[in-house]
Design a protein around this ligand. Structure first.
Ligand code: KIV
Length: 271
């Protein structure tokens, strides 16, 4: 049941109400105009201009190389397409850590130059000062805990986080800190489902999971994974709704064949 399908524009308040009513929040990543237009038309609640653009759009191994200028380019393309969804943009690696003034400046550039509605950043206690400073400018902030890909070289692997009690306790404390600082929502990535459910139940802000089980307030996936454009990434949490890698390859092969056989263009396809 979708209580909010008829809302004109999704806001942070809409999301809070969805949590209160028990309506799950659907979030996907988007990086370009054409895809964002389709996803918005489908009724997605939140579009995340994720720094996963570094992987799926630019072909980097990690999310670290993407720049603030590149994030703004992707975000502005998404903003031009969207009528309804709340658009949240990842602050890229190096644009906010350890320097709250830089965090605010990076956020102001994103908001002014792209027209997006909110920012997301990774981390707990260590980024609270940055979050508080961004909030002084009236910009909504989404937190991100658990597997935080910008710290991949600290973790060493992309395996499930917070399985041990010590890390789980730290995550619970960080989640509360982020809520108290004023975050409007929180992403939990790749942690045990019982822990994610406990965090979601203990907070009044919406908790959106990726690989965090069914007991949270919403789900997020990377659009390229959901559509099967990526075919070399199959974590347990991923449900593929299409297999576009094969479909697009097949279409390109047919086109190549038609051109080579001089079947395309035919008489009707020319002036
Ligand atoms: O960058 C991204 O796509 C993300 C999601 C995986 C939550 O942060």
């Amino acid at each position: 049941m979708s209580v909010h399908k008829d809302v004109k524009k999704v806001t942070t308040q809409t999301l809070r109400e969805m949590k209160e009513r028990g309506e799950k929040i659907a979030m996907l990543t988007a990086y370009d105009f054409s895809m964002a237009r389709i996803l918005d038309d489908a009724g997605i609640d939140i579009l995340l201009v994720g720094d996963s653009a570094s992987n799926v759009m630019a072909g980097h191994e990690t999310t670290l190389p993407i720049t603030l200028d590149q994030m703004i380019y992707h975000a502005a393309s998404v903003v031009r397409a969207v009528k309804r969804a709340l658009i949240t943009v990842d602050l890229p690696f190096g644009s906010y850590q350890g320097n709250s003034k830089e965090a605010l400046n990076s956020t102001i550039r994103i908001m002014k130059e792209s027209g997006a509605h909110a920012v997301k950043l990774e981390g707990g206690a260590e980024v609270i000062e940055s979050i508080e400073r961004i909030l002084t400018a009236g910009v909504p902030v989404m937190g991100h805990l658990g597997l935080t890909p910008q710290s991949i070289y600290k973790f060493g692997t992309y395996t499930v986080r917070a399985k041990e009690e010590e890390e789980a306790d730290r995550l619970k404390k960080d989640a509360l800190l982020l809520q108290e600082a004023g975050c409007f929502a929180l992403v939990l990535e790749k942690i045990p489902s019982h822990l994610a459910a406990e965090v979601a139940a203990s907070l009044h802000i919406p908790v959106i999971g990726i690989g965090a089980g069914a007991g949270v307030d919403g789900q997020v996936l990377v659009m390229h994974d959901l559509l099967g454009i990526t075919n070399d990434f199959s974590p347990r949490f991923l449900r593929r709704y299409l297999n576009l890698y094969d479909d697009i390859k097949g279409a390109a092969e047919r086109y190549i064949d038609d051109v080579k056989r001089q079947d395309f263009p035919n008489k009707k396809e020319q002036y």
